[in-house]
Design a protein. Structure first.
Length: 430
C-alpha cells in the first residue's frame, strides 16, 4: 500500500501534460549486479546537478522500490505489485539493470514492466561524445533517435515448442483451413511456431507520438523502418498505418514520400532527395521509409541522413544496440520507456547486470546517468540536464574514464565508478 506524508509532492498528468512540483517524489530501482554502484553514482550526479542549477528551490525525493533479485529474496516475487502501483502513482521512475529469472516465471522483468504499465514507446537517443572510442570513422555523424514499439511484435509473441501438442494442433488447423499457407512451412514436424501480433492502434499511437516528438524537438526527417516486403500484413501494415495517421492527422505539418510517389511521375533517389529538401524548406517534416536490412547498411554508411527512426519491436531492438555500437557501445546509451497518453515513464540503463564486475567499483555509470538526464528533460528541468551533459563531456575530454573505455584510449586516466561520478560533478561547475 502506498503511504503519503504531508510533505510528499507527486508528479501528475493533466490534459496531456506533466504537472511537476518543485520537490517531487520519484521511485527508483537500483538494480541487480552492478546496479547499486551505477545507481549510487547516478543519484550523486543528479542531486548535484539539480542543486547546482536550482540552488535548493527544486530537488528530488527518491523513493526506493523493489524488483529483481532483492525483491525475490525479500518478498518471494521478482516484481511486487506494490512496485507497479508506485510507478503508476508517481508517474515517473528510473531503474538500473535487472536480472532475467532463469527457468520458469517471468520471461523478462523489463518486458513485464513495459507491458504491465503499457509503456508503448522505447525511446533511445544515440549520439557520440567526443573522446569515446568508436569503431566507425565518423561517429560524430551519428545523432539518431529511435522510437521502438514496446508492447507488441515479439514482446507479445505466442510461441509453441517443437513437438508440443499445441504446435501439432496449430499445424493441423492451418492445414485444414489454410492449405496454401501451410505449404510455406517446409517442415511440419518438430517445428517451433510463433504468432507475431502487430496492430493498427499500436502502430498508430507509436507513429503519432513520434511525430509529436519531432515537432517538439524540431526534427525534420522521420523514417519508418520495416520488413514489409516480406511480412506484408504485419510489418507492411505497420508501414501503411504509419503513413495513414501521418497524412490524415498531420497533413499540414508533414509531407510523406508516399504522397510524393502518388503524385509525381519522376522516381529515384535524386528526385526523392529534392522533394525532401523542398519539404524541409517549407517547414514540413519529411516522412519516408526504409526496409530493415537496408536501414542497417545506410545508418553505417550515411548516418547523417537519419534523425528519427520509428519501427516495430524486434527491428528496434536490433537497431538501437547496433547504433549504440557505432558511438562506443551501450555503456553510454540511455533509454526510456514511455506512455505519452498517460505520461507514465521509466528511464533505465540499457546494459545488463555484469555480475563479474559487481562490487569492484569498475562499472561505467554513464548509461544510467544519461537516462536520468533524459528524465530531467522529460519533467522540464532542462537546466540540470544541461549541466549533466556538460560534466560528462568535460570528463570524457579529460580522458578520465572507467575501465571499459579507458582500455581503448591512449594516455587515459582509469577511474572507478564512484570516482567518475565525483569527476562529472566537479566538471559541471569548474
Amino acid at each position: 500500500m502506498i503511504k503519503n506524508t504531508f510533505q510528499e509532492q507527486i508528479i501528475t498528468f493533466f490534459q496531456g501534460k506533466l504537472v511537476v512540483p518543485d520537490f517531487p517524489t520519484i521511485p527508483f530501482i537500483p538494480g541487480d549486479g552492478i546496479g547499486n554502484e551505477v545507481w549510487n553514482a547516478t543519484e550523486q550526479v543528479v542531486n548535484f546537478a539539480v542543486n547546482a542549477s536550482y540552488k535548493g528551490k527544486k530537488s528530488i525525493r527518491w523513493k526506493k522500490v523493489l524488483a529483481g533479485e532483492k525483491a525475490f529474496q525479500e518478498t518471494g516475487t521478482w516484481l511486487p505489485d506494490e512496485t507497479l502501483a508506485d510507478f503508476r502513482h508517481y508517474v515517473i521512475g528510473i531503474k538500473g539493470p535487472l536480472t532475467t529469472p532463469v527457468g520458469g516465471g517471468i520471461r523478462s522483468l523489463n518486458v513485464a514492466l513495459r507491458k504491465d504499465l503499457d509503456l508503448y514507446v522505447c525511446l533511445r537517443p544515440v549520439r557520440w561524445f567526443k573522446g569515446i572510442p568508436a569503431p566507425v570513422h565518423h561517429p560524430e555523424n551519428v545523432n539518431i533517435t529511435i522510437f521502438r514499439e514496446n508492447t507488441e511484435d515479439v514482446y507479445s509473441g505466442v510461441e509453441f515448442a517443437a513437438g508440443s501438442t499445441e504446435s501439432r494442433l496449430l499445424i493441423e488447423l492451418l492445414g485444414q483451413h489454410f492449405p496454401k499457407e501451410i505449404q510455406k512451412i517446409r517442415f511440419t514436424e518438430d517445428v517451433g511456431l510463433a504468432i507475431k501480433p502487430i496492430s493498427k492502434p499500436g502502430s498508430e499511437r507509436l507513429v503519432q507520438s513520434a511525430i509529436e516528438y519531432a515537432i517538439q524537438e524540431n526534427i525534420k526527417v522521420i523514417t519508418l523502418v520495416h520488413k514489409g516486403n516480406i511480412m506484408k500484413f504485419t510489418e507492411g501494415a505497420f508501414l501503411q498505418w504509419g503513413y495513414d495517421i501521418a497524412e490524415q492527422k498531420y497533413g499540414s505539418k508533414v509531407y510523406t514520400s508516399r504522397q510524393w510517389q502518388k503524385t509525381q511521375k519522376s522516381s529515384g533517389e535524386e528526385f526523392a532527395n529534392k522533394e525532401k529538401e523542398k519539404a524541409i524548406k517549407s517547414g514540413k517534416i519529411w516522412i519516408n521509409d526504409i526496409i530493415t536490412d537496408a536501414a542497417f547498411q545506410q545508418v553505417l554508411l550515411y548516418p547523417q541522413e537519419f534523425e528519427l527512426l520509428v519501427t516495430t519491436n524486434l527491428n528496434g531492438d536490433y537497431l538501437s544496440d547496433a547504433l549504440a555500437a557505432q558511438v562506443g557501445g551501450i555503456g553510454i546509451a540511455p533509454g526510456a520507456n514511455i506512455n505519452y497518453q498517460t505520461g507514465i515513464a521509466i528511464f533505465e540503463a540499457t546494459h545488463g547486470t555484469a555480475p563479474s564486475i559487481a562490487g569492484k567499483n569498475m562499472a561505467n555509470p554513464s548509461s544510467l546517468i544519461l537516462s536520468a538526464e533524459m528524465m530531467l528533460r522529460y519533467i522540464g528541468w532542462e537546466g540540470a540536464a544541461n549541466l549533466i551533459i556538460h560534466g560528462l563531456e568535460r570528463s570524457i575530454a579529460e580522458k578520465k574514464l572507467t575501465p571499459d573505455l579507458s582500455q581503448f584510449v591512449e594516455q587515459s586516466i582509469r577511474v572507478g565508478t564512484s570516482e567518475f561520478a565525483d569527476i562529472v560533478c566537479k566538471n559541471m561547475i569548474d
